[in-house]
Design a protein around this ligand. Structure first.
Ligand code: HEC
Length: 174
Protein backbone atom coordinates (compact mmCIF):
# COMPACT_ATOMS: atom_id res chain seq x y z
CA UNK A 1 0.00 0.00 0.00
CA UNK A 2 1.79 3.18 -1.12
CA UNK A 3 1.38 6.27 1.06
CA UNK A 4 -1.93 8.02 0.21
CA UNK A 5 -2.64 5.34 -2.38
CA UNK A 6 0.09 6.92 -4.50
CA UNK A 7 -1.66 10.30 -4.77
CA UNK A 8 0.51 12.90 -3.03
CA UNK A 9 -2.09 15.61 -3.58
CA UNK A 10 -4.75 13.75 -1.65
CA UNK A 11 -5.66 15.50 1.57
CA UNK A 12 -5.96 13.57 4.81
CA UNK A 13 -9.67 14.52 4.96
CA UNK A 14 -10.31 12.98 1.52
CA UNK A 15 -8.28 9.89 2.30
CA UNK A 16 -10.13 9.49 5.61
CA UNK A 17 -13.54 9.76 3.92
CA UNK A 18 -12.57 7.07 1.40
CA UNK A 19 -11.45 4.71 4.19
CA UNK A 20 -14.70 5.33 6.09
CA UNK A 21 -16.69 4.72 2.92
CA UNK A 22 -15.00 1.36 2.38
CA UNK A 23 -15.46 0.37 6.01
CA UNK A 24 -19.18 1.25 5.88
CA UNK A 25 -19.57 -0.92 2.77
CA UNK A 26 -18.26 -3.78 4.92
CA UNK A 27 -20.73 -3.08 7.71
CA UNK A 28 -18.86 -0.65 10.01
CA UNK A 29 -20.47 2.51 11.36
CA UNK A 30 -17.40 4.68 10.62
CA UNK A 31 -18.25 8.29 9.90
CA UNK A 32 -16.40 10.83 7.74
CA UNK A 33 -13.56 11.81 10.10
CA UNK A 34 -13.34 15.43 8.97
CA UNK A 35 -16.65 16.15 10.68
CA UNK A 36 -15.03 15.16 13.96
CA UNK A 37 -12.01 17.22 14.98
CA UNK A 38 -11.18 14.80 17.77
CA UNK A 39 -10.98 11.90 15.31
CA UNK A 40 -8.78 13.98 12.99
CA UNK A 41 -6.45 14.75 15.89
CA UNK A 42 -6.27 11.04 16.78
CA UNK A 43 -5.41 10.16 13.19
CA UNK A 44 -2.63 12.78 13.12
CA UNK A 45 -1.22 11.53 16.38
CA UNK A 46 -1.24 7.92 15.13
CA UNK A 47 0.44 9.11 11.93
CA UNK A 48 3.30 10.66 13.93
CA UNK A 49 3.73 7.52 16.06
CA UNK A 50 3.70 5.39 12.94
CA UNK A 51 6.45 7.39 11.25
CA UNK A 52 8.52 7.32 14.44
CA UNK A 53 8.17 3.53 14.68
CA UNK A 54 9.23 2.92 11.08
CA UNK A 55 12.85 3.14 12.11
CA UNK A 56 15.92 5.32 11.73
CA UNK A 57 15.96 5.39 7.96
CA UNK A 58 12.57 7.08 7.84
CA UNK A 59 13.39 9.61 10.49
CA UNK A 60 14.49 12.80 8.84
CA UNK A 61 15.85 16.00 10.26
CA UNK A 62 13.61 19.06 10.21
CA UNK A 63 14.35 21.85 7.75
CA UNK A 64 17.03 24.06 9.27
CA UNK A 65 16.21 26.77 6.75
CA UNK A 66 19.69 26.92 5.18
CA UNK A 67 19.62 28.27 1.64
CA UNK A 68 20.43 26.16 -1.40
CA UNK A 69 23.58 28.18 -1.90
CA UNK A 70 24.74 27.63 1.69
CA UNK A 71 24.18 23.87 1.46
CA UNK A 72 25.88 23.77 -1.92
CA UNK A 73 28.93 25.59 -0.57
CA UNK A 74 29.30 23.48 2.54
CA UNK A 75 28.51 20.02 1.10
CA UNK A 76 27.90 19.68 -2.63
CA UNK A 77 30.72 21.86 -3.94
CA UNK A 78 33.30 19.27 -2.82
CA UNK A 79 32.36 17.15 -5.81
CA UNK A 80 30.20 19.34 -8.03
CA UNK A 81 32.57 22.30 -8.32
CA UNK A 82 35.22 20.41 -10.29
CA UNK A 83 33.24 17.31 -11.30
CA UNK A 84 34.75 14.65 -9.02
CA UNK A 85 33.83 11.15 -10.29
CA UNK A 86 31.93 12.81 -13.13
CA UNK A 87 29.58 14.76 -10.93
CA UNK A 88 27.72 17.32 -13.08
CA UNK A 89 29.71 20.54 -12.67
CA UNK A 90 28.30 23.71 -11.19
CA UNK A 91 27.30 26.20 -13.87
CA UNK A 92 28.10 23.77 -16.71
CA UNK A 93 25.12 23.82 -19.06
CA UNK A 94 26.29 20.80 -20.99
CA UNK A 95 26.66 18.66 -17.86
CA UNK A 96 23.19 19.69 -16.73
CA UNK A 97 21.23 19.70 -19.99
CA UNK A 98 19.93 16.13 -19.76
CA UNK A 99 19.18 16.39 -16.07
CA UNK A 100 17.22 19.60 -16.57
CA UNK A 101 15.32 17.88 -19.35
CA UNK A 102 14.52 14.97 -17.03
CA UNK A 103 12.75 17.21 -14.56
CA UNK A 104 13.17 18.65 -11.10
CA UNK A 105 11.28 16.04 -9.08
CA UNK A 106 13.08 13.14 -10.73
CA UNK A 107 16.62 14.51 -10.48
CA UNK A 108 16.09 15.74 -6.92
CA UNK A 109 14.73 12.36 -5.81
CA UNK A 110 17.55 10.44 -7.49
CA UNK A 111 20.23 12.57 -5.88
CA UNK A 112 18.48 12.27 -2.51
CA UNK A 113 18.37 8.47 -2.73
CA UNK A 114 21.84 8.29 -4.33
CA UNK A 115 22.87 7.35 -7.85
CA UNK A 116 26.09 5.55 -8.78
CA UNK A 117 29.02 7.60 -7.34
CA UNK A 118 26.58 10.17 -5.89
CA UNK A 119 26.12 9.21 -2.22
CA UNK A 120 22.59 9.52 -0.76
CA UNK A 121 22.05 13.10 0.44
CA UNK A 122 25.58 13.94 -0.70
CA UNK A 123 26.76 11.79 2.20
CA UNK A 124 25.20 14.11 4.78
CA UNK A 125 22.39 12.49 6.75
CA UNK A 126 21.78 15.68 8.69
CA UNK A 127 20.29 17.33 5.58
CA UNK A 128 16.52 17.68 5.35
CA UNK A 129 14.87 16.96 2.02
CA UNK A 130 14.03 20.68 1.78
CA UNK A 131 17.67 21.70 2.15
CA UNK A 132 18.80 19.08 -0.33
CA UNK A 133 16.13 20.10 -2.85
CA UNK A 134 17.06 23.77 -2.51
CA UNK A 135 20.70 22.91 -3.21
CA UNK A 136 19.68 20.97 -6.33
CA UNK A 137 17.55 23.91 -7.52
CA UNK A 138 20.49 26.26 -6.86
CA UNK A 139 22.75 24.09 -9.03
CA UNK A 140 20.20 23.69 -11.82
CA UNK A 141 19.58 27.44 -11.89
CA UNK A 142 23.32 28.07 -12.26
CA UNK A 143 23.10 25.91 -15.41
CA UNK A 144 20.17 27.85 -16.83
CA UNK A 145 17.08 26.04 -15.47
CA UNK A 146 14.21 27.94 -13.88
CA UNK A 147 13.80 25.46 -11.03
CA UNK A 148 12.37 26.99 -7.90
CA UNK A 149 12.79 26.26 -4.22
CA UNK A 150 10.34 23.39 -3.75
CA UNK A 151 10.16 23.58 0.03
CA UNK A 152 6.99 25.68 0.14
CA UNK A 153 5.41 23.76 -2.72
CA UNK A 154 3.51 20.76 -1.34
CA UNK A 155 2.68 19.38 -4.78
CA UNK A 156 6.28 19.41 -5.98
CA UNK A 157 7.56 17.99 -2.69
CA UNK A 158 4.90 15.29 -2.97
CA UNK A 159 6.11 14.42 -6.47
CA UNK A 160 9.69 14.21 -5.19
CA UNK A 161 8.52 11.88 -2.40
CA UNK A 162 6.66 9.64 -4.85
CA UNK A 163 9.69 9.43 -7.12
CA UNK A 164 11.82 8.69 -4.06
CA UNK A 165 9.54 5.78 -3.14
CA UNK A 166 9.65 4.40 -6.72
CA UNK A 167 13.40 4.72 -6.81
CA UNK A 168 13.89 2.99 -3.47
CA UNK A 169 11.69 0.16 -4.67
CA UNK A 170 13.68 -0.08 -7.91
CA UNK A 171 16.95 -0.20 -6.01
CA UNK A 172 15.39 -2.54 -3.43
CA UNK A 173 16.53 -0.30 -0.59
CA UNK A 174 13.42 -1.08 1.45
C1 HEC B 1 31.19 12.74 -2.86
C2 HEC B 1 30.91 13.49 -4.03
C3 HEC B 1 29.56 14.17 -4.12
C4 HEC B 1 28.97 15.03 -3.22
C5 HEC B 1 29.50 15.51 -1.90
C6 HEC B 1 27.70 15.42 -3.83
N1 HEC B 1 27.54 14.80 -5.03
FE1 HEC B 1 25.92 14.97 -6.27
N2 HEC B 1 26.80 13.71 -7.62
C7 HEC B 1 28.06 13.14 -7.47
C8 HEC B 1 28.34 12.32 -8.64
C9 HEC B 1 29.60 11.53 -8.88
C10 HEC B 1 27.21 12.41 -9.49
C11 HEC B 1 27.00 11.72 -10.84
C12 HEC B 1 26.33 10.40 -10.57
C13 HEC B 1 26.11 9.65 -11.88
O1 HEC B 1 25.17 9.97 -12.58
O2 HEC B 1 26.89 8.76 -12.15
C14 HEC B 1 26.26 13.29 -8.80
C15 HEC B 1 25.01 13.59 -9.29
C16 HEC B 1 24.11 14.43 -8.66
C17 HEC B 1 22.79 14.73 -9.15
C18 HEC B 1 22.16 14.16 -10.43
C19 HEC B 1 21.32 12.96 -10.08
C20 HEC B 1 20.77 12.25 -11.30
O3 HEC B 1 19.55 12.19 -11.46
O4 HEC B 1 21.58 11.74 -12.09
C21 HEC B 1 22.22 15.60 -8.27
C22 HEC B 1 20.84 16.20 -8.36
C23 HEC B 1 23.18 15.83 -7.22
N3 HEC B 1 24.32 15.08 -7.48
C24 HEC B 1 22.94 16.67 -6.15
C25 HEC B 1 23.85 16.86 -5.11
C26 HEC B 1 23.61 17.76 -4.01
C27 HEC B 1 22.39 18.64 -3.83
C28 HEC B 1 24.68 17.66 -3.18
C29 HEC B 1 24.92 18.37 -1.88
C30 HEC B 1 23.89 18.26 -0.89
C31 HEC B 1 25.60 16.68 -3.77
N4 HEC B 1 25.06 16.24 -4.95
C32 HEC B 1 26.80 16.28 -3.22
C33 HEC B 1 28.91 13.29 -6.41
C34 HEC B 1 28.64 14.05 -5.27
Amino acid sequence: MPARGGEPDLRLEEFGRAVAYMARAAGADWRDPDREPEMMARIRSEERDRIASMGEKYREPADSGRSGEAVYQSVCSHCHETGVAEAPRFGDREDWAELIEEGQHIVTAHGWVGVRAMPARGGHDELSIEEFARAVAHMAKAAGADWQDPSGNATLLGRIRLEEADRRQQLALD
